[in-house]
Design a protein around this ligand. Sequence first.
Ligand code: SF4
Ligand code: SF4
Length: 320
Amino acid sequence: MKKNISRREFLKIGGYLATGFGLSQYYTDVFASGLNNLVSGTPKIIWLQAQSCSGCSVSFLNANGPYIQQIITELVSIMFHPTISAAQGDVAIDIIKNVSSADFPFIFIVEGAIPLDMPKACMIGEETFEDMAIPLLKRAKYIMAAGTCATYGGIPSAEGNPTGAVGVMDFMKNKNIPYKGRLVNCPLCPTHPASIIGTLAYLAGKGYPDVDEKLLTPHMFYAHSVHYNCPRYHFYEKGIFADKFGDEGCLFKLGCLGPLSYTTCPWRQWNGGINWCIRAAAPCIGCSHPYFAKFKDFPFYRKGEKYHQVKYQEKDRTSK
Ligand code: SF4
Ligand code: SF4
């Protein structure tokens, strides 16, 4: 196992992250320098889970690429992570509380939604997640909401849920904690490991990235729709649509939500670039969308213009 990563090797990782997203050399350099900073311990990282399935942690820990596993599990200073930290019980609580009053810069990663109307629905030890998180949200240099539950509420906020589950931005607004220029949203269910690592590296190397004004998603990973970069887009343009699963053609009439989903799935794919939803002939279910799993009028498969106004949504995003 390597103990030190050289500058050349950081550049290799930066290049791997940047090219996988179709980003320029500028990002290679920023990612390399950010990862170097993270390995040097500035800023540090703390990760807490609220109402979540831990899927985003699993996704993060399945990151692949040169030295990535070693960097995230051995070299980066993650002060606490519920899945990978050895600390338990009172020791873990003390670590979290100490970070809350620390004078060093840190990035606070939140996975999962926060039960605003029922704080005791999510506990860390004897305390509510809310009570543990508020000091961290106030003090962190940057906050990252990892996954659609943490960004927009996602599955825990499904219509009818009694906990009042919300994403981090709504929670911070509710508690009057400043979030602009501090909070970055990285949706997807689960979020993509390369988006987490790339965003962390950018925050550590350059600072707060360019984000969508309303959604706070970083442009570098969330500016383009799945639809326009889909390998089946030529079928869409020619009006060749699959009528049943397994047919050749665009999956639009089978309910594909690709036109409403802004993310890098067509380039980066999943599981180390092995495959992704549409290449596996499954319609995109819109897991990066703010309404994903939230409203019954926004089901996994597109119902039609009444509920999924594709043209309006595209115009809304491109008019910025
Ligand atoms: S509707 Fe879906 S399958 Fe068709 S081109 Fe768009 S993203 Fe691809
Ligand atoms: S293709 Fe759609 S459903 Fe699949 S991971 Fe990407 S955004 Fe989510």
